[in-house]
Design a protein around this ligand. Structure first.
Ligand code: NDP
Length: 286
């Protein structure tokens, strides 16, 4: 048996970032505005700190303006909403990202719905999710958008394929299923109440794994020749990062698979930049 092809998200993301940097340089040359992203972190969650740090660094590398807001864990909802309102009105800011999870005194829905949908570069606002569901997307959730761009970069067309999404969260599973549906796949969404996951996966030409359980999906569950996009990022007690798919086993069955790290992760950040650039262009056109 041949090992499957590795889908190199790091390389695809680097190409996308280079293209974005080029477009920023062109904007500067013609006197157009520089895309600006505001990143808001509430509390001290270590994983969130790492994500926010990578996002801010990525912004700076492509020439965006980035503004970082670090609020204490006990911040009340009204103060956070007031900050978002201020950013909604700020002409230098085209994208607003509030890092999740939020402390328990703050309602995620209230925060997400407060963000001007035109600046909602995470794509979580009900307006943007609704547009995606109606196959007329505006700003698209970054991780699902990144998965689709990876498939596209490797010439994998979902049209007519059977796709199985494992995980149904608002930020990954559900929107990636909508993306695949829009791209012409026949889509099944599995979750914790799914009765026979291996039987579902045995049908899948394309698998998107977004469960959050280390190496949960076994290689033997996959259909031979499947394309596997592993969204999971799980830190083992040893410190190693692994995905939601048993990588060594999956390599024996799958035609192509994303590694963790170096697969979907870098694409998520590159798509955040892409969304911020698109938001900037759209706001300017008004
Ligand atoms: P959530 O915890 O929000 O959702 C997990 C989903 O998996 C739920 O829909 C849940 O079902 C389902 N699930 C749980 N157990 C099982 C099971 N035994 N069988 C089938 N389905 C199950 O996670 P997220 O969607 O936020 O994240 C998923 C993973 O992706 C995590 O590892 C996270 O770190 C990673 N991630 C990576 C990103 C990246 O940039 N690469 C970005 C975002 C997340 P139910 O709905 O029934 O509860």
């Amino acid at each position: 048996l041949l090992d499957s092809q590795i889908i190199d998200g790091k390389a695809v993301a680097a190409r996308l970032r280079a293209s974005i940097a080029q477009q920023v340089a062109e904007r500067v040359e013609r006197g157009a505005s520089v895309p600006g992203l505001a990143v808001v972190l509430v509390g001290e969650d270590p994983a969130s700190r790492v994500y926010v740090g990578s996002k801010v660094r990525a912004c700076e590398e492509v020439g965006f303006l980035s503004r970082n807001f670090s609020l204490p864990k006990n911040t009340d909802q009204a103060s956070l909403l007031a900050l978002i309102e201020q950013l909604n009105q700020d002409p230098e800011i085209h994208g607003i990202l509030v890092q999740l999870p939020l402390p328990e005194q703050i309602s995620v829905n209230a925060v997400v719905e407060k963000i001007d949908p035109r600046k909602d570069v995470d794509g979580f606002h009900p307006y943007n999710l609704g547009r995606l569901a109606a196959k007329s997307p505006t700003l698209r959730p970054c991780t699902p958008y990144g998965c689709m761009r990876l498939l596209q970069a490797y010439g994998i067309d979902p049209t007519g394929k059977k796709a199985v999404v494992v995980g149904a969260s608002n930020i990954v599973g559900r929107p990636v299923a909508l993306e695949l549906l829009m791209a012409g796949a026949t889509v099944t969404i599995c979750h914790s109440k799914t009765q026979n996951l291996p039987a579902e996966l045995a049908q899948a030409d394309i698998v998107i794994a977004a469960v959050g359980i280390p190496e949960f999906i076994q290689g033997t569950w996959l259909k031979s020749g499947a394309v596997v996009i592993d969204v999971g990022i799980n830190r083992l007690p040893s410190g190693a990062l692994v995905g939601d798919v048993e990588f060594a086993g999956a390599r024996q069955t799958a035609a192509a698979i994303t590694p963790v790290p170096g697969g979907v992760g870098p694409m998520t950040i590159a798509c955040l930049l892409q969304n911020t650039l698109e938001a900037c262009a759209a706001l300017e056109a008004v």
